[in-house]
Design a protein around this ligand. Structure first.
Ligand SMILES: Cc1ncc(COP(=O)(O)O)c(C=O)c1O
Length: 419
C-alpha cells in the first residue's frame, strides 16, 4: 500500500484538497469564491502575455494563475478541473454548466458533416436526441447498438455506420438508466481499434460515467479517451445544482476549452465552488447510498406486489453482463427500477401515498427520489421503444438516497398497502 503522505495519492484523498494551495489566498484553508466577471492587469504587457498564454500556450505567463474574463476561465474552474482530472485519473478536465452542455460540446467538436457516432442504446434521452435528431441537422449521423456486451451486435452497428461515412465517435453510457444495461468498456476500446483497421482512422471513445461516478467505475483505466459526467447527479449530490464535466486526453480537451469560450457554457464561480465542496464527500455518499439501495432492492424483490427489480447487483450469474459487472464496476449503484404487478393506476396510487420519498426525476441526490418512468423520464418515448427497453406501465425508478434505510423501506411499505 502506498504511503498516504507520498503522492500519487488515492482518489479519495485527491477529492479533499487537490488543486488548492492556501498560499493562493491569505492561507485560507478552503478556496474562496471568485465572484468576478473579469480580471485586471498590472501592465499592458502583462495583459498581452496573459492572452498569449491563453491562446498560444506559451510566453512568460504560460502556466500562470492570471485570468482574462470568467467565460474563458476563472480560479474556481482551475481548481475544480484539476481535481476532476486527478480523481478520474485523466490528463485534463473541463467543467460545464450541465451534463448536456458537456455532451453537446463533445458532439459539436468531434462530429463533422458526413461523419458518424456509433452509440449504445439506452443512452440518456437528451444524448440520444443530440446524436440522432440535432447532429443530423449538421450533417452527422447516429447509429445505435443494443447489446454493449456483445461484440457481434456492436460491430454490426459500426458496419452500418461506416457504410454512411467515417465513424468519428464511439459513445456509451454504462450502466444505462434505468435498465442497468452495461457496456463492456474493454470491448468498446477494442471496437475502436477494429474501426481504425477498417476505415484508417480511430474514432474517439467517449463514456458517460454519471450513474456509477468516478469512484465506482474508472473508464480512463480501460483506455477510454473522454469521460463525460453529469455532475448534477452523484458528484454534486444534493439535487440543488446543474453541472457537467469532461475529462480525458489533453490533446482532445484543449480544443474543447477554446470552443467553450465561444459557446459560453462553462460552469460559473458559485456552482464550481459548490461542486468542489461536494466532491470531498462523493465517495462516502455513494457508498452509503449503494448500501441503502441494496437493502431496498432486496426488500422490493421479496415483495408480492413487485413483478421484478432491475438492479445491477441482481445481474444473473453466468451471463456476459455479470462478467462485465464483476470486472468493471466497483459497486452496483443506487439508482434502479422496479416493476409493479399492474400498470399506471397501481403505480400512481402507490406514488401518491408516499410521505417521505419525493417524486422527482433527478437522481444521485441525498434524498431518495422516485418517479413513474413511462409518464415522466420516458414520456416522449413511444410505448414500443419503452417496452423494448424493459419499461412497462408499472415501472418505477428509484434513486436511493441517504435517509435511514428503515425509513425508506417503511415509507414504501405503507404506500404498497394501497396498490
Ligand atoms: C446518464 C446521464 N447523462 C447525462 C445527463 C444530462 O445531465 P444534466 O441533467 O446535468 O444536463 C443525465 C441527466 O439526467 C443523465 O442521466
Amino acid at each position: 500500500m502506498a504511503d498516504p503522505k507520498t503522492p500519487p495519492f488515492r482518489p479519495e484523498t485527491l477529492a479533499i484538497s487537490h488543486g488548492w494551495d492556501p498560499e493562493d489566498a491569505l492561507r485560507s484553508a478552503k478556496p474562496p469564491i471568485f465572484m468576478t466577471a473579469t480580471f485586471t492587469y498590472p501592465s499592458a504587457q502583462t495583459a498581452k502575455d496573459v492572452h498569449r498564454a491563453y491562446f498560444d500556450g506559451d510566453g512568460p505567463e504560460a502556466g500562470g494563475a492570471l485570468h482574462i474574463y470568467s467565460r474563458l476561465g476563472h480560479p474556481g474552474l482551475d481548481i475544480l478541473e484539476a481535481r476532476l482530472a486527478a480523481i478520474d485519473g485523466a490528463e485534463a478536465a473541463l467543467a460545464y454548466c450541465s451534463g448536456m452542455a458537456a455532451h453537446t460540446a463533445v458532439a459539436l467538436a468531434y462530429l463533422k458533416p458526413g461523419e458518424g457516432v456509433v452509440h449504445g442504446r439506452p443512452f440518456y434521452s437528451g444524448v440520444d436526441g443530440l446524436f440522432n435528431e440535432i447532429m443530423p441537422q449538421f450533417g452527422a449521423h447516429g447509429t445505435a447498438w443494443t447489446d454493449g456486451c456483445d461484440e457481434a451486435n456492436m460491430w454490426a452497428a459500426c458496419e452500418a455506420a461506416m457504410a454512411k461515412g467515417p465513424v468519428a465517435l464511439l459513445a456509451a453510457e454504462s450502466p444505462g438508466n434505468p435498465t442497468a444495461a452495461l457496456v463492456d468498456l474493454d470491448l468498446l476500446v477494442k471496437i475502436a481499434g477494429r474501426i481504425e483497421a477498417a476505415q484508417g482512422r480511430r474514432p474517439i471513445v467517449m463514456v458517460d460515467n454519471t450513474l456509477l461516478g468516478p469512484f465506482h467505475q474508472r473508464p480512463i483505466e480501460h483506455g477510454v479517451d473522454l469521460v463525460v459526467t453529469s455532475l448534477t447527479k452523484y458528484c454534486a449530490g444534493h439535487s440543488d445544482l446543474l453541472a457537467g464535466a469532461i475529462s480525458g486526453r489533453k490533446d482532445l480537451i484543449a480544443p474543447l476549452k477554446l470552443q467553450r469560450l465561444t459557446w459560453g457554457n462553462h460552469l460559473d464561480p458559485y456552482n464550481a465552488w459548490l461542486v468542489l465542496r461536494s466532491l470531498e464527500t462523493v465517495h462516502i455518499r455513494t457508498e452509503r447510498a449503494m448500501e441503502n439501495a441494496l437493502a431496498v432492492a432486496e426488500w422490493l424483490r421479496a415483495h408480492p406486489k413487485v413483478a421484478g427489480v432491475t438492479y445491477l447487483g441482481f445481474t444473473p450469474e453466468g451471463t456476459a453482463a455479470r462478467a462485465v459487472f464483476e470486472r468493471q464496476c466497483r459497486g452496483a449503484g443506487s439508482t434502479f427500477s422496479f416493476h409493479l404487478h399492474g400498470g399506471e393506476a397501481e403505480a400512481f396510487r402507490m406514488l401518491d401515498q408516499l410521505r417521505l420519498l419525493k417524486m422527482a426525476v433527478n437522481l444521485g441526490g441525498s434524498n431518495t427520489l422516485i418517479c413513474h418512468s413511462a409518464s415522466t423520464t420516458h414520456y416522449a418515448v413511444s410505448s414500443e421503444n419503452r417496452l423494448a427497453s424493459g419499461i412497462t406501465d408499472g415501472t418505477i425508478r428509484l434513486s436511493v438516497g441517504l435517509e435511514h434505510v428503515d425509513d425508506i423501506i417503511a415509507d414504501l411499505a405503507q404506500a404498497f398497502e394501497v396498490v
